[in-house]
Design a protein around this ligand. Structure first.
Ligand code: ATR
Length: 279
């Protein structure tokens, strides 16, 4: 029987998830579909309680439904529980609704692929931003054993709230102290929208970063943000954000369709072509 999966949320027209999953479905010759289904926030609780009634064997969840989806699940994985948000839903053999959050795994999968062994050398990571993406990145870094995560945000109180959830290994710091902090940073991650097309660039000097540092921007439009261009010009290792988007899709596809897919240059090219067509 054809397995039907979809990206759900409101709106869903902009989502790039169909490009990723359809690429893998075709590559592996799997009898499955991956579509877009708009789910209005007021319909979300009932929808996620019973996705099978909508003909789905699983789904991804995007804004603004991630929290409502988490509340509707019978069971959450560790990441979804900590984040209070679900982006991937599957059903077990008894029809129970299982919710996970794969954004953090996507972040880790990207770094693992682009800088193999990074976790052996990163003791102190600095995360810029304190939104949903920052939450996933902090969870990921701590779950991988990074000893200290400094969180720097324009609105410091949000960074403090976030760190309170994660315990003593994450510390909220002042934006004004960033210059000094960068001197002892092994990995710098930008999770703010600064540097994204249509947004101001991130105004930050990387001159204090050690030459062994890694810089990761989770923004992927444009692929080469001013932050990454600056890092590369300084000879630092720079990792773009497209890989996080691609890798976060891997666990869902494996769960729904039984094949662990790979993130290849071909897939990256397909997505970049699609983003080009969309812009
Ligand atoms: P996401 O879910 O993708 O993380 P978000 O929750 O809207 O998105 O978070 C956006 C992040 O970018 C926030 O940390 C925000 O800082 P504030 O908490 O102070 O709003 C940060 N951000 C957005 N525009 C910014 C700007 N002009 N300067 C500094 N930080 C900015």
């Amino acid at each position: 029987m054809t397995r039907r999966v979809a990206i759900t949320g409101c709106p869903v027209a902009h989502s790039r998830s169909p490009v990723i999953h359809r690429h893998w479905l075709a590559l592996h010759g799997i009898d499955g579909t991956y579509d877009r289904v708009e789910v209005k926030p007021e319909d979300a609780p009932a929808f996620y309680r019973d996705i099978a009634a909508h003909g789905l064997s699983g789904c991804n969840v995007t804004v603004p439904n991630k929290e409502a989806a988490a509340a509707a699940c019978d069971e959450l994985d560790d990441a979804a529980r900590v984040m209070g948000a679900v982006n991937t839903i599957s059903l077990d053999a008894d029809g129970r609704v299982l919710g996970s959050n794969t954004d953090g795994l996507g972040f880790l999968g990207n770094l693992d692929q682009e800088v193999p062994g990074w976790d052996g050398e990163v003791r102190h990571a600095v995360v810029l931003g304190a939104g949903g993406a920052a939450r996933a990145v902090i969870w990921a870094l701590l779950s991988r054993g990074v000893k200290k995560v400094s969180v720097v945000n324009r609105t410091k109180s949000k960074a403090e709230d976030l760190c309170a959830r994660f315990g003593a290994d994450s510390i909220a710091c002042d934006w004004d102290d960033l210059g000094e902090i960068l001197g002892e940073t092994d990995l710098l991650v930008n999770t703010t929208s600064l540097g994204m097309a249509g947004q101001p660039a991130l105004d930050l000097s990387l001159s204090r970063l050690p030459e062994t540092a890694i810089v990761n921007d989770i923004v992927y439009v444009p692929l080469e943000t001013p932050l990454l261009a600056d890092a590369r010009a300084r000879g630092l290792r720079a990792v773009d954000g497209l890989g996080m988007l691609l890798h976060q899709a891997v666990p869902g596809f494996e769960r729904w369709f039984g094949v662990r897919p790979r993130v290849t240059d071909e897939l990256r090219a397909a997505l970049l072509a699609d983003l080009g067509a969309a812009s």
